[in-house]
Design a protein. Structure first.
Length: 97
């Protein structure tokens, strides 16, 4: 569980900065369900998105490791995700119009 805890800590302290200087905090490890959804949409016959998880195994929020990409590099990988705020969702919706 120690490696899973390190992965979670990495996401908690991760920050991205947008081109306009906005800061994006609040990152976390994905849930097992979120990893399953990503796997579903990037592998197999129904691929609808470019692979974002190209390592073989990824840590989930519960600290466990999940097999994601069939031919990826070995080792346990970290992919941080974050939930959009209501304001961010509204801004994205407005950009679509």
């Amino acid at each position: 569980h120690n490696e899973g805890q390190k992965a979670a800590k990495h996401c908690q302290t991760y920050r991205e900065v947008g081109s306009s200087g906005e800061k994006y905090d609040g990152w976390r490890l994905p849930t097992e369900s979120e990893l399953s959804i990503i796997k579903k949409y990037q592998t197999g016959d129904n691929t609808v998105m470019s692979p974002v998880l190209t390592g073989r195994d990824y840590f989930a929020a519960d600290g466990s490791s999940h097999h994601i990409y069939p031919s990826g590099n070995s080792g346990n990988y970290v992919r941080c995700v974050r939930d959009l705020s209501p304001e961010e969702v509204k801004k994205l919706d407005e950009e679509k119009k």
